[in-house]
Design a protein around this ligand. Sequence first.
Ligand code: EPU
Length: 340
Amino acid sequence: MKMEENVLLKNFGTLRVGGPARFFCTVENLADLKEAVGFAKEKKLPLLTIGGGSNMYFSDDGFPGLIIRNQMLGMEFGDEDEKGNAVVSVGAGENWDGFVAETVRRNLGGIENLSWIPGTVGASPVQNIGAYGTEVKETIHEVEALDTRTLVVKKFSNEACNFSYRNSFFKTEEGKHFVVTRVLFRLQKNAPINTNYKDVRAYFEAEKNDHPTLADVRQAVITIRKNKLPDPAVLGTLGSFFKNPILSESAFAQLQKTYAEMPFYTVEQGYKVPAAWLIDHVCGMRGYRKGDVGTYPKQPLAIVNYGEGSAADVRNFSEEVRACVKDKTAVELEYEVRFF
Ligand code: EPU
């Protein structure tokens, strides 16, 4: 395992911003990971593990400790039981969409609606990735993670992960001591297809396809995402920059008086409102741009770096968007991305 120094983080995050990491290494197996953690401990350095860097904002100052890039690979497909359920064990460093493609190829259902999400398998439970009516928590069976204090791998059941909207145990103070090493998914042959999300339904209506297969759903989601969201291979982006706010009954009722046409979904904790709609229709900030940083014209919840925007430029820009939404609606948008 090679330990490098002063490695520019802008090359390891899809927003393409960020100063140097004091130390940087790539781990391919558990022994590497333990060695890297030991190195950080010995030198009393802060430690941060990254996957694809597709949801991480790195500051212009960089990171004063050790960045570990997790590239632990491997996919093991277990046998199917009589109901067609199979447990698949996947290394945290596997590319997420490569894994989804393989499950669809094997006709195993459960994560096809999560096609074309950038990043790695290991990051998927951390923020409970979700799209088009599915969240990864629905198929996660178990998460294996190294406790960086004891160097022991611990297994977390689905329940122990404490999943909620874009959140999990691994984002808590205690959870931050763990590095995800493997994720076990429970997938199913002939699983029910979920086409409830508006955009997916509209896609199949236009295609006149009443009985989409898993491969059709994957294709639909890829097409929808490519049409709406910036491609990290082309533009600096972290996807959605903010979470969709969940409002209390009274806050929602108040807002509806002014914005009767505001879309919403009822969820357990209240009313979920699309942040993209607030940014677009309340603030008129769809496609708004300052220098090299702007909201993406087709989906303003994504903030994009058109070239030379710095981390500070992105942060200031995002604060301006938040301030407008807060001013006009009293809603405080929470960040979906993670700041380091
Ligand atoms: N909208 C606008 N103007 C726009 C675009 C959208 O007003 O230009 C409004 C529309 O009312 C639309 C609504 O926003 O119906 C929702 O838009 P969309 O379906 O694109 O989804 P979203 O709520 O903005 C969430 C996730 C995405 C995920 C999509 C699809 C969050 C924070 N974001 O976005 O996840 O792909 O749903 O399920 O929950 C990500 O996390 O990085 C991400 C891209």
